[in-house]
Design a protein around this ligand. Structure first.
Ligand code: FEO
Length: 170
């Protein structure tokens, strides 16, 4: 079902998704330390979502008869100069994830791996959503600049995000 090259790239993307969960939980810790519990909660939810993304790769690799290969990664960045700095960093991280998903899709197409293409389509769409939601928060934080009341409003708004569990087979 997988060429060696595609299997390696799938396992590498699984690593990137779990790395994202690690990074966003580190960011949640930063926001907790800044007394912004709403934004911290938003980041915790994001971390949970990333775990499900990693699990989707795990499940697909197994179902398609490939061998999973769990990989480690370096410590995530734990400290940021400001909430805006943190969200700018996360937006750049999402752009990196988008680029690596797109490369995977290109490889699946070149190799005429139709099942992998259908599986990856979900991630292509998801990345549009991810970049859009991080980008929107970056814009809000740029707009409020040093207005403390504006930051508290963003904290309150982001605190409403709830984790919606999707079945891991999806
Ligand atoms: Fe699963 Fe935010 O990339």
């Amino acid at each position: 079902m997988f060429s060696e090259e595609l299997l390696d790239a799938m396992n590498e993307q699984m690593k990137n998704e779990f790395l994202s969960a690690h990074l966003y939980l580190a960011m949640a810790g930063y926001f907790e330390s800044e007394d912004l519990p709403g934004i911290a909660s938003w980041m915790r939810v994001q971390a949970l979502e990333e775990l499900t993304h990693g699990e989707k790769f795990f499940n697909f690799i197994c179902e398609a008869g490939g061998r999973t290969n769990l990989r480690g990664f370096d410590d995530p960045k734990n400290d940021y100069a400001s909430p805006l700095d943190c969200f700018q960093y996360s937006l750049e991280h999402e752009k990196f994830v988008t680029a690596s998903i797109n490369k995977l899709m290109d490889m699946a197409k070149e190799q005429s791996n139709h099942a992998a293409q259908i599986f990856l389509q979900w991630f292509v769409t998801e990345q549009v959503e991810e970049e859009s939601s991080f980008g929107l928060i970056v814009k809000k934080l740029e707009r409020i600049a040093d207005d403390g009341r504006g930051l508290l409003m963003v904290d309150s708004e982001l605190g409403n995000r709830a984790f919606v569990a999707t079945t891991t087979a999806e």
